[in-house]
Design a protein around this ligand. Structure first.
Ligand code: NAI
Ligand code: OAA
Length: 266
């Protein structure tokens, strides 16, 4: 078995799903050798889990990206924020570390996307964009290759998940309203950590400027519903994923890591 050295940046709810999957034997080809988080206690909690699972290796709690990269990981899971992805992507790729990324919003910036692409190529590494809280990237990519394609991305959320953004007001607690219409670049600028999914779907198809995105707030709505519609001359597909929590995004990292290491992939 060719064991891969894995590290995680951002030790929150989604990182914990990946660590638990590892402990539960769902990622047999990986060792979680290092963790880094803004809150050190969260990184320690994950490292302690690995320790308690009687692993025959140590998971190091790191205080800086340099310390983490010095562990020479094969793969880095980013489960922190778009700002973190902007900081770590190029140094990690230059270090010979491939990326599995959740905070895809950072890649809506064309110049950054191109730097990441070129650095990955020059260092023979790859950047895996996970399906997160949505999916259907295979059909999105395939349809877009066939010729002119239109793609829309419509999200429904509860008002509480929009608190702290410029579109929020108390009336949303009782009134259903479309609070955003635009493209994915505009959407991620307005909601920096809430529409990574829309940027991911756009990168898999027509690009962040050319996808039509909307966000609707519905009173008492629990979770998120992401509906992608893709159309070209021959194909019409609808991918509609409801999820009660964001856990599906953590599991999509697990699925991607399995695809990287298993002989048969989907
Ligand atoms: N693609 C998708 O479908 C989805 C993507 N996301 C992205 O995944 C990220 C993680 O989500 P959760 O685990 O739910 O968030 P969380 O808030 O539970 O955990 C994030 C952790 O990262 C740490 N962190 C933040 N910035 C950091 C930095 N610069 N360096 C090191 N650590 C840092 C925080 O202290 C926190 O412990 C979100 O920020 C969001 O951008 C979230 C849900 C769905
Ligand atoms: O969890 C979701 O539905 C989507 C989300 O936060 C993101 O795309 O960043």
């Amino acid at each position: 078995m060719n064991t891969k050295r894995l590290v995680i940046v951002g030790c929150g709810k989604l990182a914990e799903i990946v660590a638990d999957a590892l402990i539960n034997g769902i990622l047999p080809d990986y060792q979680l050798v290092g963790v880094l988080s803004r809150t050190k206690e969260k990184a320690e909690a994950i490292a302690n889990k690995i320790e308690k699972a009687d692993s025959d290796y140590t998971c190091q709690v790191c205080s800086s990206l340099d310390e983490l990269l010095a562990l020479k990981p094969d793969y880095l899971v980013e489960s922190a924020s778009p700002a973190a992805l902007r900081e770590l992507a190029l140094p990690a790729l230059k270090n010979g570390t491939s990326l599995v990324v959740l905070s895809i919003g950072a890649l809506a910036n064309r110049a950054f996307y191109q730097d990441v692409e070129q650095t990955a190529r020059e260092n023979s590494q790859r950047v895996h964009i996970v399906s997160g809280a949505t999916g259907g990237f295979d059909v999105l990519r395939t349809a877009s290759l066939m010729g002119k394609t239109r793609v829309s991305f419509d999200t429904e959320k509860g008002p509480n998940s929009l608190k702290g953004t410029s579109v929020y007001d108390e009336a949303l607690q009782t009134e259903k309203r479309k609070v955003f219409e635009g493209n994915a670049q505009e959407a991620i600028a307005l909601f920096p950590t809430k529409v990574n999914v829309a940027v991911a779907a756009s990168l898999a198809s027509v690009g962040p400027e050319d996808i039509q995105v909307s966000v609707t707030s519905t009173p008492d709505f629990v979770g998120d519903d992401h509906r992608i519609e893709v159309r070209n001359e021959q194909v019409h597909a609808v991918i509609d994923v409801y999820s009660q929590t964001a856990q599906i995004a953590g599991w999509s990292v697990v699925n991607t890591l399995r695809n990287i290491s298993l002989p048969i992939v989907f």
